[in-house]
Ligand binder design. Structure first.
Ligand SMILES: [Cu+2]
Length: 320
């Protein structure tokens, strides 16, 4: 019976939505189930015995207590059985942990960058995406870094969670066993838009994945790289997303040029299309004309030369 239950996957037990999963997920589920079953049996045994003794040795039945010195066999039993159980728990958990750390040799490497508040995935051929594309039945090794605070890469369907800590590189791996999509979350509170730090794992069959890898290879764009370096150095991208993702602190920069913008000017609401002049003013004097709905939390970037500002503005004109 126990074997039968262990052989079942937690996903089947809970009736969770079907999507890609991993063998490791099944192993993690089995360990969890094993721990719960052992804990449940121990709880029933201890509570049951306690209630039985309360009745059996009640004072009304035994007005005079008998002092029991010792019972070697009883002591051996209650030492040996829990020791075996605890060792079994350890062994089972350790085997599961080893699966999580032993990366197969043929794994494909993807570099993951976490930042407030999105994920970037960079593949071996230089391609970079905001969603993680992987082939089915192929181990994928993730080398993860954070550029700001602690994040945690979390794919519930794969039972995969690994902290991403600034200043060090974290590793995780998985092998998706079917085609489909599943969610990625950040599982470490990382600031105001933490809850919006969402992405997806998209599992493709291997031919489709190869085609996808070859398509739209990034063309070198030195102007964009220079602008992004300036913006990173002044921490613009810490609050302003480039992907269009929502952040209650700061408007996204995606498509900001010629975007219809509503600001307050001299106590009146004014609507206009954001032009170059407005973008420059918003960087040099961020509080002057705030976009409606945002608080004046931004400071003007220190030491940004006019030349650097020009590079950033030219870039902003084409972030679509
Ligand atoms: Cu995060």
């Amino acid at each position: 019976m126990l074997r039968l239950i262990l052989a079942m996957n937690m996903t089947e037990l809970t009736g969770a939505v079907s999507g890609p999963s991993t063998d490791v997920a099944a192993a993690v589920d089995n360990v969890t189930l094993f721990l719960h079953i052992v804990s449940g049996l121990m709880l029933a045994l201890v509570t049951g015995l306690m209630l039985y003794f309360v009745v059996r040795y009640h004072r009304s039945r035994h007005p005079k207590a008998v002092e029991v010195k010792s019972n070697v066999w009883l002591e051996v039993t209650w030492t040996v059985i829990p020791t075996i159980l605890v060792m079994a728990m350890f062994w089972y958990g350790y085997e599961g942990f080893r699966m999580l750390r032993d990366v197969p040799d043929d794994a494909m490497t993807v570099k993951v960058t976490a930042r407030m508040w999105n994920w970037t995935f960079e593949y071996e051929n230089g391609k970079s995406t905001q969603e993680l594309y992987v082939p089915v039945d192929k181990p994928v090794k993730l080398l993860m870094r954070s550029v700001d605070v602690i994040h945690s890469f979390y794919v519930p369907a794969f039972r995969l969670k690994e902290d991403v800590v600034p200043g060090s590189e974290s590793m995780a791996w998985f092998k998706a066993n079917s085609v489909g999509q599943t969610d990625i979350f950040c599982a470490e509170y990382c600031g105001e838009a933490h809850a919006y730090m969402l992405s997806r794992v998209v599992v493709l069959d291997s031919d489709e994945f190869d085609q996808w890898m070859e398509s739209e290879l990034p063309t070198p764009d030195p102007e964009a790289a220079a602008a992004l370096a300036i913006m990173d150095a002044h921490d613009c991208t810490g609050c302003h997303s480039l992907s269009g993702s929502h952040n209650p602190d700061a408007p996204s920069l995606k498509g900001i040029f010629r975007r219809e913008t509503l600001v307050e000017r001299d106590g009146k609401e004014v609507k206009f299309l954001a032009d170059e002049e407005y973008l420059i003013r918003s960087i040099r004097d961020p509080g002057a004309e705030l976009v409606k709905g945002y608080a004046p939390t931004m400071d003007a970037p220190e030491d940004m030369s006019d030349e650097d500002l020009g590079v950033v503005i030219e870039y902003l004109k084409r972030v679509e």
